[in-house]
Design a protein around this ligand. Sequence first.
Ligand code: ADP
Ligand code: 5GP
Length: 210
Amino acid sequence: MPSQKDGIMVILSSPSGAGKTTLVSLLSEQDNFKISISHTTRRPRPGELKNKDYYFVNLDEFKRLINNEEFLEYAKVFNNYYGTTRTPVIDYLNKGKNVLFDIDWQGADQIKNKRLDYKLVTFFILPPSKKILFDRLSNRDMKDKLIVDERMQQFERDVLHWINYDYVVINDDLNTCYSRIKSLIDAEINNGSKDYDPDYIRKHIEKLTS
Ligand code: ADP
Ligand code: 5GP
């Protein structure tokens, strides 16, 4: 049984561009919430900061961390490796901090399957429509049309993983989406009632995948 004193783990996953990094950053502004900073072999995007957005490492260093069994989970995503080191996460949780993870479905599955002794809540974030997803990706990765095309293609496959998450949330208006996630996390922590409509989500998924 998870202890009441320990922090909880909150995973946000989504098809690329749906807004999970933005939402994780907003959620981390609350007292007692910390972001798990991942390691990656991908190059930094303009504006991304070393050791804040990611620990940017080369493939040799990533492999060293795998061999040393330092990862709680890791996965290959879009031809690069991404992973979460175990020690900082467990330290935060043991100090009563809630830890936010911005990781893909492979990492979420791995953490779920570990059945750690900490409460885990998982969210899958969806865009309002494919058109809006395309616009967001195009804005963010302005110079790289190839990246946008690749991520739009991947959307069709990624979206299918919604079924394995506790909650699916649509990121239309950012503040509304943030408030929805925050109140679901609060309800999970306090065993309160949850304002969640699975039928509405199913209909939205049918729309996105038709
Ligand atoms: P992800 O981490 O899921 O790949 P990001 O958080 O990087 O997505 O968001 C993709 C882009 O969309 C960013 O430029 C971000 O500022 C923008 N964005 C995120 N949420 C919203 C929203 N609700 N409305 C408009 N733009 C958004
Ligand atoms: P991006 O390159 O856009 O920052 O991230 C690409 C994908 O990798 C996103 O789905 C993001 O959630 C995922 N990701 C980021 N860090 C990790 C991690 O540590 N582990 C896993 N499994 N996925 C990650």
